[in-house]
Design a protein around this ligand. Sequence first.
Ligand code: PBG
Length: 328
Amino acid sequence: MAFPDDRPRRLRRSANLRRLVREASLRADHLLLPCFVAEGIRERREVTTMPAVFQETVESLPRLATEAVELGIPGLVLFGVPAHKDAVGSAAWDDQGVVQQALRRLRREFGDRLLLVSDDCLDEYTDHGHCGVLTEAGEVDNDRTLELYQRTAISQAAAGADVIAPSGMMDGQVGAIREALDAAGFSATAIMAYSAKFASCFYGPFRDAALCAPQFGDRRGYQMDPANRREAMRELEMDLLEGADVLMVKPALSYLDVVREARDRFDVPLACFSVSGEYAMLRAAAAAGALDLRAAVLESHLSMRRAGADVIITYFARELSRWLSEEG
Ligand code: PBG
């Protein structure tokens, strides 16, 4: 054998050799498509900061869902944009709320052909834009918020959600939701927990899409400090002990070290959420001619799989599925 070792390059010489020794893989099977369903608009409306992503209506959503099914994407993650917001976010657990309507409609039209994951949080529903109810001092009240997450989870499960995804980062949210679902007869409804959700600037475009930017302050009092990897492991472990079926790290690209460590530590399915800002960055770079969109999206999502994510929630799910099927 020659020195330096000449084996690595020998195995990179042809496409079939590379294919043979490739470690990570990316398929439509791994993807979930996040979508926004808005109330009080007549036609679906493109999100300014997220080209090709729309606020859908209950009527327009089935078309997007059909496309997802045809492309082999297992499911959608639904976010509601209600017409009316109030201090406690009551539209979140309204059985006639926009997400509940969308869930019933999709369940009716698609049966088991499409997995329905429902975001359980209050920031899209509160007039102040925080993820929970406020104390008089203007802080988010953890325990009162848990009760509202419980009501929301039950209402979404009753409307047809397969999976509840609590994204508010309140302490004890997974345990509280599990208990409420079980007590209401929804023990088959799973929980995909936003366990290590960081206080990230990369959620900016989502807040335009869901009209949920905090009206004062920020979310650093409940979302994680981007500097903290050890704390992320504690958050993940607590959610697992509280009964989470799937753990999640969010955002994805800037947090792949956290994804890898979570993969090494926990033997449950792991998801990462490639967030709105990651989508906007790649779109903008491609529109500016700086990157080839397809190559950049394929590479960045493959890296999430290499880091150890089983599931990737991504706004590029449709494009990716199309490109992956073309590559064979
Ligand atoms: C909160 C929530 C947010 C996202 C998902 N759930 C916004 C936030 O925490 O400010 C962000 C997702 C994205 O940026 O794509 N309900």
